[in-house]
Design a protein around this ligand. Structure first.
Ligand code: ACO
Length: 323
């Protein structure tokens, strides 16, 4: 049996941080409002001329260093992003070139905030199918570029960043036997498009457009959808909340995370939280949170780690991994 095992993680945040008080200088908002509704205290913003591919390539370099692999070892690069450098080619191809990877193939995945979960589930399927041996799975975003800074209901929520993991095929023997991706569950429902979307694009307006969101509507659906895919992961593995060592949710909003953990019976001490310092970095939020928890020693080999995300589309999904 081939398993998809995690070998290393990395992440990158742009140097500039914007606190809530920084935003309050040019947006009609307060630190108190933002913290109370979202748990966000600050977010990072890419510098002018710093693109999604730059963030992604740096996160990938750090993941490759942690994994002890070089460009020649990688035969698949999958980049989850809703803020690509260009309409085409895929930003993954740019990252592939930047890292000196010339073997295998590379492509982007577009599932907005669920992008990393979609990417990891897809890479796991491709590795188990024998299409690739060792992959970089990256989530990278520059959401500050698609925010309407005159819309206080959205512009305070998002930030820029990137995270990456190196995964590889393991033949399910010895110590590797019970490690790797244990279950994935992906869902989408396009009837919810109008609740969270970008009002531009190459085929419609020929502009990148701005993010539009009915925040209350998103909130209303989020917890139920998250619980649905986590229960599917529990059913697929025969595990329960008690078996989870670490819960690494998409970091959109602390209230959604707290409500999801509570509904599923996951202890608060098992929840990895970075939304306070990163804001919502869409597809980058889970690998950013994972890298933080690996580097500070919380996530260790053998731990059961549960990832979940929900976002524009709507899309939602979960991945369960034994680290
Ligand atoms: N600062 C101060 N006041 C604000 C701000 C702001 N930045 N934004 C809105 N307000 C005001 C509104 O104008 C409104 O004022 P009013 O009552 O005088 O009309 C009041 O605050 C309440 O507005 P609501 O939109 O009802 O506030 P709510 O409690 O729903 O919180 C929020 C808004 C934080 C967006 C919430 O709905 C939410 O978290 N939704 C989930 C959205 C999300 O996380 N999306 C991320 C993408 S999807 C995903 O990743 C899961």
């Amino acid at each position: 049996v081939v398993r998809t095992v995690v070998r290393g993680t990395g992440s990158y945040l742009p140097a500039e941080t914007l606190t809530n008080d920084d935003l309050a200088k040019f947006v009609d908002t307060t630190d108190e409002w933002i913290v109370e509704r979202t748990g966000i205290k600050e977010r990072h913003r890419a510098a002018p001329g710093e693109y999604t591919s730059d963030l992604a390539a740096e996160a990938a370099r750090r993941a490759m260093a942690a994994a002890g692999v070089t460009a020649d070892d990688i035969d698949l690069v999958v980049l989850a992003t809703a803020t690509p450098d260009n309409t085409f080619p895929a930003t993954a191809v740019e990252v592939q070139a930047r890292l000196g990877i010339t073997r295998g193939f590379a492509y982007d995945i577009q599932a907005v905030c669920s992008g990393f979960v979609y990417a990891l589930a897809t890479v796991d399927a491709q590795i188990r199918a024998g299409m690739a041996r060792r992959a970089l799975v990256i989530g990278a975003e520059t959401f500050t570029r698609i925010l309407d800074w005159n819309d206080r209901t959205t512009c305070v929520l998002f930030g820029d960043g990137a995270g990456a993991i190196v995964v590889e095929a393991a033949e399910g023997e010895g110590t590797m036997a019970d490690r790797g991706v244990l279950a994935s569950c992906l869902r989408s429902d396009g009837r919810h498009k109008a609740k969270l979307y970008v009002d531009g694009g190459p085929s419609t307006t020929q502009t990148a457009g701005h993010l539009r969101m009915e925040g209350r509507e998103v909130f209303k659906h989020a917890v139920g959808m998250i619980a649905d895919v986590i229960e599917a992961a529990f059913a697929a593995t025969g595990m329960t909340a008690a078996d989870i060592d670490w819960f690494v949710p998409h970091q959109a909003n602390k209230r959604i995370i707290d409500a999801s953990a509570k509904k599923l019976g996951i202890d608060a001490e098992k929840v990895i939280l970075t939304v306070d310092h990163h804001g919502n970095t869409s597809a980058a939020s889970i690998p950013l949170a994972l890298d933080a928890a690996v580097r500070d020693g919380r996530v260790k080999p053998g731990d059961v780690v549960l990832l979940e995300a929900m976002g524009g589309g709507f899309t939602w999904g979960s991945v369960m991994i034994r680290w």
